[in-house]
Design a protein around this ligand. Structure first.
Ligand code: E4P
Length: 225
């Protein structure tokens, strides 16, 4: 399963990329606002910095509401770099735009998806990725993972090529469950990314090993003789 970071914070993307396991980035208007509001930076500079950091897919959201405008915006975003994926919201106008962008060979990520029916429509329109917001479903007392599993079954039944991107991931178990359910990718905030590494038993085992190793005479300096 591919691992994406869900942020527009260049420092976080840089850090995650340095760990060698980052497959791509997803952004959204809220992330971009957080990165830009109150600064002198331009959107163009921010996107260029983000796109420099990975060759993996980078989802940049189209914010227009009419199909023709979304298509125009999508074309512009796609020209920024070959790894741009145009994020398009799941609306009738958005899906019209996705179909057109797909015809033009422009990759899309259909976002704000909360039901298998919506995901079916996204796949029929030729979306590259579909993003079910599993954490937001859980927050609303629904079962986000069940929605993801049903999407997986529908896509498998009909051989859709659209990749399932688990989004609004809140904790490591969401990542594990998404992987078990066969999601193609999961996108997560930086703190969840970090949590994936952590286990108290790992820390405890390393502390013991370090303490025992300190008692070993000569340690690794002996090896070079
Ligand atoms: C997905 O691409 C979205 O950016 C994202 O996962 C939104 O999730 P949130 O509920 O953490 O804002």
């Amino acid at each position: 399963m591919k691992i994406f970071i869900d942020t527009a914070d260049v420092g976080q993307i840089k850090q995650a990329a340095s760990w060698g396991i980052l497959d791509g980035v997803t952004t959204n208007p809220s992330h971009v606002a957080k990165a830009l509001v109150g600064t002198q930076r331009t959107l163009a500079a921010l996107y260029s910095d983000i796109l420099e950091l990975t060759d993996g897919p980078v989802s940049l959201e189209a914010v227009s509401t009419q199909a023709a405008d979304i298509v125009a915006e999508g074309r512009k975003l796609a020209l920024l770099r070959a790894n741009v994926v145009v994020k398009v919201p799941l609306t009738p106008e958005g899906l019209k735009a996705v179909r057109q962008l797909a015809r033009e060979g422009i990759k899309t990520n259909v976002t704000v998806v909360f039901s298998p029916a919506q995901a079916l429509l996204a796949a029929k329109c030729g979306a590259t990725y579909v993003s079910p917001f599993i954490g937001r479903l859980d927050n609303a007392g629904d079962r986000g993972l069940d929605v993801l599993r049903e999407i997986k079954t529908i896509y498998r039944n009909f051989g859709f090529k659209t990749e399932i991107l688990a989004a609004a991931v809140r904790h490591p178990l969401h990542v594990v469950d998404a992987a078990l359910a066969g999601a193609d990718a999961a996108t997560m905030p930086y703190d969840v990314f970090e949590m994936l590494y952590k286990h108290p038993f790992t820390d405890a085992a390393l502390a013991t090993f370090a303490a025992d190793w300190a008692k070993v005479p000569g340690q690794t300096s002996d090896l070079s003789r």
